[in-house]
Design a protein around this ligand. Structure first.
Ligand SMILES: [Zn+2]
Length: 496
């Protein structure tokens, strides 16, 4: 437990109930530990590692990290697993389209072999870890199983389903028989008739029901040996098998994107509960809405995509993105724009400046004023992770003149154990950002003509995405004794 958490005697703070919106039941429900344990077993569907993950994908893991922190803030221990899909995920979750890993191999000019697939997965899993580390996600506390390391566990689960009469063979592979699972589609109360309509396209004539899905896909050229011949486990079975192998027969929380509700997560439930006979697979199902980009769907195929590296290249701190993501609720479809990122960065810089102004943290034993703020913050975050509400409480607290500065600092650090903005140990880039807040701003009109010209040139370079030129001009301007910050309203200039 962190030192600043110990500062707040638990008895002094009112117990605030923790609520999550559970897709299973479609309502906010009180979250409590399973009997006889304080440990929460949580599984987050992870990335398919065939390419770099865009900020929409990354936003999922800022959400799961904040969820982890919220549980810890409520004194739960958390065992968290995020899987890497490194084979067998077809473009459509409903067993159609091209295999994503094969697509990745083609793109990189690599032959379709298991070794190459493994290496491709390794490369993009590492890039993903690098990105989420930059977003201050606590990678070291999470287990990251790779699907290709769990082939025997997946085969064993398919065999168990076959033995219990839940599976049947066709020329294409092995299917799960959804007619044997009456609860199918319960998660999110999905419209099965609609799915059946959609499943007509590319229908396998041997399929018993349109919504049956593949547990094993035959492939003569590439794959692993199994009792059904050479091939791959279907995409859905990997999560069921890895949950069982890493967390046990039943878990407390399962998360994913809202796109996982109709097919992938209903399939996971059907497979796991049929194979193990234990219901439910997960007590709570939390789903994150999609992040939009400039008001539209993030679509790599249409070039509407932003990576974390783009954000860093443009001079933004990666945690400004985390701040931006926290400023919208996880169940709303938040919109990423460069202007919004600029505004988030300004707010983050203010927060950093406030944190760095005072180094002294107050001794244990807080005033009632601070405890009242902590209470308000907890009420927001415990209400289904209301992060925008929690940030509003934080800003309101900073305006409280009755709060001594050392208590303000301790409270900021305490809140940050949930928000994850790394206020406890800001890095060099964050310190530079904070410095722009304490420096005196110079209006463009009062700058010498030659500096103004350089700033204009740099803005043009940025508009043309000529980042090397923009960086060169920044250095030139800084060497002339000015500091720059890119904001929503354009370049801001400061005294050094
Ligand atoms: Zn999954």
């Amino acid at each position: 437990m962190s030192w600043f958490k110990q500062l707040f005697g638990k008895k002094e703070v009112l117990q605030t109930p923790l609520f999550f919106f559970n897709t299973l039941g479609k309502e906010k429900q009180l979250f409590e530990a399973a009997p006889h344990t304080k440990e929460v077993r949580m599984y987050n569907c992870g990335p398919t590692v065939y390419g770099r993950q865009h900020i929409g994908n990354l936003s999922m893991f800022v959400f799961t990290d904040t969820l982890r922190h919220t549980l810890e803030y409520n004194d739960f221990k958390v065992k968290q697993v995020i899987n890497f899909t490194d084979f067998g995920h077809l473009s459509s979750d409903a067993d159609e389209g091209e295999d994503k890993m094969t697509k990745g191999l083609k793109r990189e000019g690599l032959a379709p072999t298991l070794d190459n697939m493994r290496a491709l997965g390794e490369k993009y899993a590492n890039l993903f870890l690098e990105d989420i580390r930059a977003l201050n996600i606590e990678v070291d506390k999470v287990t990251f199983p790779r699907a290709s390391d769990f082939i025997p566990a997946q085969i064993a689960m398919i065999k168990a389903l076959e033995e219990k009469g839940y599976a049947y063979k066709t020329k294409r592979g092995v299917y799960f028989d959804t007619s044997r699972f009456p609860d199918y589609g319960k998660l999110g109360n999905i419209n099965l008739e609609g799915q059946k309509e959609g499943a007509r396209i590319g229908k396998d004539p041997e399929k018993r029901n349109p919504i049956d899905f593949l547990l094993w896909k035959n492939d003569k050229k590439l794959g692993w040996d199994s009792p059904w011949g050479k091939g791959f486990p279907g995409w859905h079975i990997e999560c069921s098998a890895m949950i069982r192998a890493t967390l046990g027969l039943q878990i407390d929380i399962h998360t994913g994107g809202i796109e996982h509700i109709p097919v992938h997560h209903n399939n996971e439930i059907a497979q796991s509960e049929s194979a193990t006979g234990k219901k439910p697979l997960a007590r709570f199902w939390l789903h994150r809405a999609h992040l939009q980009l400039e008001g539209a769907k993030i679509a790599k195929s249409e070039g509407n995509v932003v990576y974390l590296s783009d954000i860093i290249e443009r001079g933004f701190h990666p945690l400004s993105l985390r701040y931006l993501l926290l400023s919208a609720h996880y169940r709303t479809s938040a919109n990423f724009t460069w202007e919004a990122l600029g505004a988030a960065q300004t707010a983050y810089a203010k927060l950093l400046a406030m944190r760095l102004k005072s180094q002294k943290v107050s001794p244990p034993g807080f005033s009632q004023t601070t405890l009242a703020w902590k209470q308000k913050f907890t009420e927001r975050i415990n209400d289904d992770l209301d992060t925008p509400g929690a940030l509003a409480v934080l800003w309101e607290m900073t305006k409280d003149e009755e709060l001594p500065s050392e208590e303000l600092l301790a409270a900021l650090l305490d809140f940050d154990s949930v928000l994850g903005l790394n206020l406890s140990e800001p890095d060099e880039a964050a310190r530079r950002l904070a410095a722009t807040e304490t420096k005196k701003e110079i209006t463009l009109d009062s700058l010498p003509e030659d500096i103004r010209t350089l700033i204009k040139e740099r803005e043009e370079a940025r508009e043309n995405k000529d980042w090397p030129r923009a960086d060169e001009l920044r250095t030139k301007i800084e060497n002339l004794g000015y500091a720059l910050e890119d904001s929503a309203s354009g370049t801001r200039v400061f005294e050094p």
